[in-house]
Design a protein. Structure first.
Length: 204
């Protein structure tokens, strides 16, 4: 597995430094003052992620969900199958984000981690009320556990990942898998996860 440290010899990685500098210079309006439509239209993260890396296969499918089909997108890097599977839940405060907007990030995961990535297009608020997103997350992970071998994955090597709100969904799905007889996970990658929904301030 490739490793890209944020710091090397005490210095911030140049790519991370450039991203943080660009972020600081971007004009921004507090998301809390925008309508959902305005927030989605101004969602800048996809433009920071660069160009998707070339994959051997990128496929779209829909699986049965608690309130209708759940869209999934799979990313398979060149290599020998079956691959370990990483089920990814995008961030966006449960309101923003689409499969397309996190396309590049998922190709980076698939390439860098040498795995098959399954990105989940869960239902968003406020159009869909809680617990819609968590229900979709649990259903998607359960489906992957039962069908990993059909999409080129190794059912004995399944992990979950997510950033921000997606980190919350990854953690919820992992706990549900543990408690409800879902797939036995080998990895959980929580990227700045939103795990305290009270938004209380902490020293860290």
């Amino acid at each position: 597995m490739s490793h890209y440290p944020a710091y090397t010899n005490g210095r911030l990685d140049p790519q991370a430094d450039a991203l943080l500098t660009r972020l600081a210079l971007e004009p921004s309006t507090p998301t809390s003052t925008l309508t959902p439509g305005e927030a989605r239209a101004s969602f800048l993260l996809p433009s920071w992620l660069g160009t998707p890396r070339e994959m051997a296969v990128v496929g779209d499918l829909a699986i049965p969900g608690p309130a209708g089909p759940i869209p999934l997108r799979t990313y398979v890097r060149p290599g020998r199958l079956p691959l370990p599977v990483l089920v990814f839940f995008h961030g966006g405060g449960f309101v923003l984000g689409t499969l397309d907007e996190f396309d590049a990030f998922c190709t980076f995961l698939a390439d860098g981690a040498e795995c098959l990535v399954v990105s989940v297009g869960y239902r968003l608020s406020p159009e869909q009320k809680f617990p819609a997103a968590t229900q979709d997350a649990v259903a998607a992970l359960s489906w992957v556990g039962a069908h990993a071998d059909q999409i080129g994955g190794d059912p004995t090597r399944i992990g979950v990942a997510g950033d921000s709100a997606g980190g919350n969904l990854a953690a919820v799905a992992a706990l549900a898998a543990r408690d409800q007889g879902g797939p036995a996970l080998v990895q959980q990658v929580l990227i700045s996860p939103w795990v305290d929904l009270s938004c209380t301030e902490t020293e860290s």
